[in-house]
Design a protein around this ligand. Structure first.
Ligand code: AMP
Ligand code: ZN
Length: 463
């Protein structure tokens, strides 16, 4: 490990910045709550993805590429998913597959590395049932009318993460009073499914998991009973993360679930809360149609991750100008990680102070133009640590905004239909679909186990 410098991270649990000390420096473990795949992800959802991608890159740099394991789950069972699939008249699996494929393409276009593992909730039902059984056996949960609930009063120190008063918690959890609940704060671990709803057999009948238990199960399976870092947006502190902690600690009997809890602040658009009714709702797709992924990325990182961010066109425009200038210099240098600017690295190691790190990129750019030795190589190396400079200069300069109005879901469906036609050796249909896609401006490329469509951003559909 090349930990010349101590990494300091703000821990929501202690409300202080702490020296980061991994449980096992040869296996640094991070879990981040991922998307619920029922609709296109919006630019607010991109914030945790980008922030924790930068942390993943930094951890890999400090502890070694193979000594970090980053897990980001896919929530593919949820009542919002059921409702949307019914609304659109498509099978649930089709909706979640499509939405996830688009999410993956979007976040790659934002320059994010794939996490090491992306577990799906529907593939971890047995682990969820196992945890629920442990909780019942320990007296922390009870079955009632086909439901299983976590008994909040059974845990003496419930509420350590959010530090809320009971009244605030009741309000924050939008508590439903229900006949099957013993206490107001008790939350659902398992609930019964009607015939038309997705469900799995369990000791409590056919049903499906609550949201919180999903992350306790997936983090346990892939990272163990306790691990180093757990992340997500600030809105997840309560009730989601508080309840994950309750479940995992009570099931496994440890004082902590994760040592460090990190939360990004919220994103608003041009000074207002992003919402469909205000007309300022932006999907990642829409942003990527207008701007290169790295422009969106730099814009996101100019604000410290714990601060609220105001997403504006002016800020995107500034980022584009800066990146155009930096690319012209950075692209001239081959760089390696040991060429990082020490000041840049110090800023990043101080609770991911990306705004300060970016100030150092600006200084390096100026110095490179003044002929200061190493400044260009340091700019290239440091920018790469933030996930910038992933393209060559020609590709960067050749980028053009995509023509608006492409229906991404329709494209995805056509690609799927074409795969099916090819599997059935229906070449005429396969060619017809290819021509339809070409007509929409999408070029198809077949590979052994996937099909890629080139647009402004890359698509990939697994066979
Ligand atoms: P969701 O699909 O709503 O569960 O959100 C996925 C992730 O995006 C979670 O980590 C949320 O905290 C985060 N998130 C949602 N909306 C915003 C926003 N406006 N700004 C920043 N993060 C957000
Ligand atoms: Zn979660």
């Amino acid at each position: 490990m090349s930990a010349a410098r101590t990494l300091r991270l703000y821990n929501t649990l202690s409300r202080t910045k702490e020296d980061f000390v991994p449980i096992d420096p040869s296996r640094v473990r991070m879990y981040v709550c991922g998307p619920t795949v029922y609709d296109l992800a919006h630019i607010g959802n991109a914030r945790p993805v980008i922030v924790f991608d930068v942390l993943n890159r930094l951890l890999r740099h400090v502890y070694g590429r193979d000594n970090v394991i980053y897990v980001r789950n896919i929530t593919d069972v949820d009542d919002k998913i059921n409702a949307r699939a019914a609304e659109r008249g498509v099978p649930i699996r089709e909706l979640t597959e499509e939405t996830n494929a688009i999410f993956q393409a979007d976040v790659r276009a934002l320059g994010c590395l794939d996490p090491d593992v992306q577990p799906r909730a529907t593939e971890h039902i047995a682990a969820m049932i196992a945890i629920i059984e442990k909780l019942i056996a320990a007296g922390n949960a009870y079955a009632s009318q086909g439901h299983v609930l976590f008994s909040v009063p059974s845990m003496a120190d419930y509420g350590q993460l959010s530090r809320r008063s009971l009244d605030e918690m009741v309000a924050g959890a939008r508590v439903d009073v229900a006949p099957y609940k013993r206490g107001d704060m008790d939350f659902v671990l398992w609930k019964p499914s009607k015939d038309e709803e997705p469900g799995w057999d369990s000791p409590w009948g056919r049903g499906r998991p609550g949201w919180h238990i999903e992350c306790s199960a997936m983090s346990w399976k892939h990272l163990g009973e306790t691990f180093d870092i757990h992340g997500g947006g600030i809105d997840l502190v309560f009730p989601h993360h508080e309840n994950e902690i309750a479940q995992s600690r009570c099931a496994f009997g440890h004082n902590v679930m994760a040592n460090v809890w990190m939360h990004n602040g919220f994103l608003q658009v041009e000074g207002e809360k992003m919402s469909k009714s205000l007309g300022n709702f932006r999907t990642i797709r829409e942003v990527l149609g207008d701007w290169q992924g790295e422009v969106a990325r730099l814009t996101m990182l100019k604000t410290h991750y714990r601060q609220p961010i105001d997403w504006t066109t002016a800020s995107l425009r500034d980022s584009k100008k800066e990146l155009d200038r930096w690319y012209s210099v950075a692209s001239q240098f081959a760089s390696t990680e040991d060429m990082l600017s020490p000041e840049f690295e110090a800023a990043l190691s101080d609770d991911l102070n990306t705004p300060e790190a970016i100030t150092h990129l600006r200084r390096l750019y100026t110095e490179a133009n003044e002929g200061v030795a190493y400044a260009g190589a340091r700019l290239a190396a440091s920018g790469k640590m933030l996930g910038l400079f992933q393209h060559d200069l020609a590709a960067w300069n050749g980028w053009r905004p995509a023509s608006a109005g492409i229906d991404e879901l329709a494209v995805h469906r056509l690609i799927k239909a074409r795969i099916e036609a090819r599997n059935e050796k229906n070449w005429a249909e396969s060619d017809r679909i290819r021509d339809e896609l070409v007509g929409m401006g999408i070029q198809i490329m077949d590979a052994k186990d996937s099909v890629t469509g080139e647009l402004s951003t890359n698509w990939q559909v697994k066979r």
